[in-house]
Design a protein around this ligand. Structure first.
Ligand code: SER
Length: 320
């Protein structure tokens, strides 16, 4: 049975992944860590939890050793828009945290996962059906971190034999924990605003396509990749994965099917628009399908139905 250390466990992916991992591998087998502790958080209450600043290499090592972990899932990072506002902080946190987590994995012989992103591509990358192996010259600090991270994970595999694995996630959409500081966050906010106000002002402009995925598919992808026989993996760090590609008006149209009075207008944020414009319109996930059987269950309408239903329960019924 695996013994897993999760960093950034209270973040957008971590809060749901930790719960899922605890249900699969047992609560005591998943050690959640985050830079802050929220006593009333289900993650803090449902199993082992330690406060960890991922730039503190010694503490990360001490926690991993004390709990005798054999797997590290490193999620703590700044997203694209925050990284653009504070590039040096992003470099120190995103790269410093990653190298510390890789070192712990090398020293304690752990399997390792960290997410990459569509942000690892840039304006010179082919925009449509972006291949697995292609030009990666991103123009954002987040993208620089992600490309360097993919290479560093490859390096730890080839040089030290660490079983590193990764996914290039698109925008992740969920009703549980909101993302913070990402470019794709509009595709989460729009559902909250649809339920709360019946209208939304998009900071991403008309006609801007980006890949997206519903969180249940992302969680399954992480677990399936980690459970795959490593000898089958050619592209370890990192696999393109996607479930759908849409522009803001398409997600608005999908919401309108369930909330006919919903309206959307635009107030484009130049910083996040420039980031979105430098990313692909759609990516090709065929390597992930071939090498470890990646699939996604949710398309746009199926996701919209579920998001609206779950957010109504969370926001409206809870308030009444
Ligand atoms: N969702 C991320 C962001 O927008 C992309 O990986 O920053």
């Amino acid at each position: 049975m695996k013994k897993i250390l999760v960093t950034g466990a209270l973040g957008q992916i971590g809060s749901e992944l930790t719960t899922k991992l605890r249900s699969v591998y047992g609560a005591d087998h998943v050690i959640a860590t985050d830079i802050r502790k929220k006593e009333d958080d289900i993650i803090v209450q449902s199993g082992p939890f330690e406060v960890l600043d991922v730039t503190d290499a010694q503490r990360m090592f001490d926690i991993a050793k004390a709990y005798q972990v054999d797997t590290v899932i490193h999620l703590a990072a700044l997203l694209s828009a925050t990284a653009e506002a504070q590039p040096l902080l992003a470099w120190n946190l995103n790269m410093g945290g990653l190298v510390n987590a890789l070192e712990v994995s090398r020293e304690l012989n752990c399997q390792f996962f960290t997410p990459s992103s569509i942000g690892a591509f840039g304006p010179s990358t082919p925009k449509d059906n972006t291949p697995q192996d292609t030009i990666q010259r991103p123009t954002t600090m987040y993208g620089v971190n992600k490309v360097a991270g993919e290479l560093l994970c490859d390096y730890y595999f080839h040089k030290f034999g660490v079983d590193t694995r990764g996914l290039r996630f698109p925008g992740l959409i969920s009703y549980v924990t909101p993302p913070g500081g990402g470019t794709t966050d509009y595709a989460v906010e729009i559902y909250y605003k649809a339920v709360q106000d019946g209208k939304y002002t998009s900071y991403i402009g008309k006609g801007t396509y980006m890949d997206m995925m519903y969180m249940p598919d992302a969680l399954n992808a992480i677990i399936n990749l980690m459970e795959t026989d490593g000898s089958k993996l050619i592209h370890r760090n990192s696999f393109n994965v996607t479930a759908m590609s849409f522009e803001p008006e398409q997600v608005a149209a999908s919401i309108k099917k369930y909330i006919p009075t919903f309206t959307m207008d635009y107030n484009v944020d130049p910083v996040r628009q420039a980031i979105a414009d430098s990313w692909p319109n759609s990516i090709d996930a065929s390597a992930a399908k071939q090498e470890w059987g990646f699939t996604a269950d949710y398309d746009l309408d199926k996701m919209t139905r579920d998001m609206l239903e779950k957010l109504r329960q969370k926001l409206v019924e809870k308030a009444s």
